[in-house]
Design a protein around this ligand. Sequence first.
Ligand code: ZN
Length: 145
Amino acid sequence: MLEDLYRRVIMEHSQNPQNFGLVDDDTYLGHHLFNRSCGDDIKVQLKIEYGNIVDIRQQGKGCSICCASASVMTMTLKNKNIYEAKEAIEEFLKLSKGEPFKEELLYPDSKAFQGVSRFPARVRCATISWRASLEVILLYEKRED
Ligand code: ZN
């Protein structure tokens, strides 16, 4: 039953992804990652003001796990500050590996990806957009130093 629910959540997000589509605006910082094993190709853009993620965009081509996860990632990180966001990313990486994680830091639909831990090849699909956003945050921090 839970499996069916999770599958439906993933299907809904992949068919109706949130914050989808890139913007032509140089106040956003972007990063692009490619997952060779599955062919997932994802770009993220974050608008960070004074350490707060005020907007986030994503666009990619890939499997439904990758596209759905990118959608959930934007719902989780939008309006967080970069410290909260890094913590949330870390928790999602734990979730995807089947490790204990802090549920309260993640958007509820994140739990739909718990099943990927049983399929090591899919862990990369589920985490690629989160890793791309982490790269943007690290880039932002480097710039601010
Ligand atoms: Zn994939």
